[in-house]
Design a protein around this ligand. Structure first.
Ligand code: SF4
Length: 451
């Protein structure tokens, strides 16, 4: 019998490789995830090194001078090691600044210009089309571990805080329809996500630009409004954590959802200061003298509430009296988690045009140290109250020898503390939520064992 030669499949062309460096905040991370998802869907692979990549994308942060410097240094590193570099992100809104230092970067695009980034990648190395290979999981690709994910609900900001250039870089508030967010959230949950971190520049202003328009999710209309979205996300059966919330009056309603266990009893509110004239000079939104009363009322409704905040010391014109006001306010407010920054002038920020006296660097340093010392005492006291309680903990990592670390409902990934565990059964894995008896505590972390 005559044998016919079998037709061998054409060898697949090697996939082009892209290196991605993501700097800056979680919002920038979400942008990087979108770019990666699109590139992977087109057949590109990710490279873990500059040298192994056909092209490198640097997603920059332009928030502070120091972040801009880090961005420029990273671009320099990528240029030296690879040479084919595309710059995007916040600093990409000021291409002159980048080109002044690195004139040979291939392309510079601003924040959220995903399509321009993809085009610039095509320009350097064309995609390999393999239509029968499904490259992208249903929920897209994430840079966070599988069990938690950031959920971006809007871009831009309508506020004009004088120290901040984000509205200049990213424009005014643009909210996503509630149904889009819910479908994305549902896909993430289907893909195994157990905790969603809701982010934007001003989460409580969500929907203002689209007049809180309703959209349909699974036959139900949902308003594009902070409370309505929080309530809808609360039905997904996972942890939902709210970041970048300002204390507008309607936030009070969301505290009830926290007390009912629908969303996590956690609020990330960047207060930045407490002294009225500093807040006025900063032009902070929703700041009122009654904030302390509000915090007390929130804790009455939801005693488990953890409040995280950030503060700036050394803002122009901040007097010793203002700073002391802030320290007293902190003691009174008993904020659980605090990040503190020393004010840095940022090119383009209006704080520099206010004509206020600069605070000398040594005074800034001293105020930073004093604030952190006061805060550590507060944090320690609040953490100690958890000893002896049984609390739910989401597992982030297990070491295979009975040790694990995870987070309580009061700990956001990356920025807050951890719960260190002993005697963890072998079947427990990352993403599991288990009851833990807290045995010890320090200023940042808890220690315990499965209950
Ligand atoms: S709320 Fe203020 S600090 Fe935050 S992004 Fe908007 S302008 Fe900047």
């Amino acid at each position: 019998m005559k044998q016919t030669a079998k037709k061998l499949p054409k060898a697949l062309k090697p996939a082009p490789k892209v290196g991605v460096v993501s700097l800056g905040c979680p919002k920038a991370l979400v942008d990087s995830e979108r770019i990666i998802t699109k590139l992977r869907s087109e057949g590109y692979e990710l490279s873990g090194s500059y040298e192994g990549a056909d092209v490198v994308i640097v997603n920059t942060c332009g928030f502070l001078e120091s972040a801009q410097k880090e961005s420029l240094d990273t671009i320099g590193e990528a240029m030296a090691a690879n040479g084919k570099v595309i710059v995007t992100g916040c600093m990409g809104a000021e291409p002159e600044k980048i080109r002044a230092v690195h004139p040979k970067v291939h392309a510079v695009t601003g924040p959220h210009q995903y399509e321009s980034v993809i085009e610039a990648v095509h320009d350097i190395v064309a995609p390999v089309h393999e239509p029968f290979i499904d490259l992208v999981p249903e929920a897209g690709l994430k840079l966070t571990p599988r069990h938690y994910a950031y959920l971006k609900i809007s871009e831009g900001c309508n506020n004009r805080c004088t120290f901040c250039i984000i509205p200049k870089l990213r424009g005014d508030l643009v909210s996503r329809p509630a149904a889009h967010i819910m479908y994305e959230a549902e896909n993430l949950v289907k893909a195994g996500v157990k905790e969603l971190l809701v982010i934007s520049q001003d989460t409580s202003a969500y929907g203002l630009d689209i007049k809180y328009a309703e959209s349909q999710f699974k036959g139900k209309k949902i308003k594009a409004k902070f409370f309505d979205l929080a309530e809808a996300l609360g039905t997904l059966g996972i942890w939902v954590r709210m970041h970048y919330v300002y204390p507008y009056p309607h936030v009070d309603d969301a505290i009830k959802l926290m007390a009912e266990g629908k969303i996590l009893p956690y609020l990330d509110i960047p207060f930045q200061h407490a002294a009225p004239n500093v807040l006025k000079n900063m032009k902070r939104p929703a700041m009122q003298a009654k904030t302390l009363d509000r915090i007390k009322a929130w804790r009455d409704i939801c005693p488990e509430l953890t409040i995280r905040s950030s503060f700036i010391v050394g803002f122009p014109g901040e007097t010793e009296e203002d700073f002391q006001f802030l320290l007293d306010w902190l003691v009174e407010a008993q904020i659980d988690r605090v990040g503190c920054f020393k004010y840095e002038p940022v090119d383009g920020a209006t704080s520099e045009d206010l004509g206020l006296p600069e605070v000398p660097q040594d005074v800034k340093d001293d105020r930073w140290t004093r604030l952190m010392a006061v805060q550590q005492e507060i944090s320690l006291k609040r953490m100690m109250t958890k000893i002896g309680k049984t609390i739910p903990v989401i597992i982030d990592e297990v070491d295979g020898e009975g040790g694990a670390n995870g987070r309580s409902q009061g700990d956001a990934p990356e920025i807050d503390g951890a719960v260190y565990l002993r005697d963890v059964p072998a079947e427990i894995k990352a993403g599991d939520i288990i009851p833990v008896l807290v045995e010890d505590a320090d200023e940042y972390d808890l220690y315990g064992a499965p209950a």
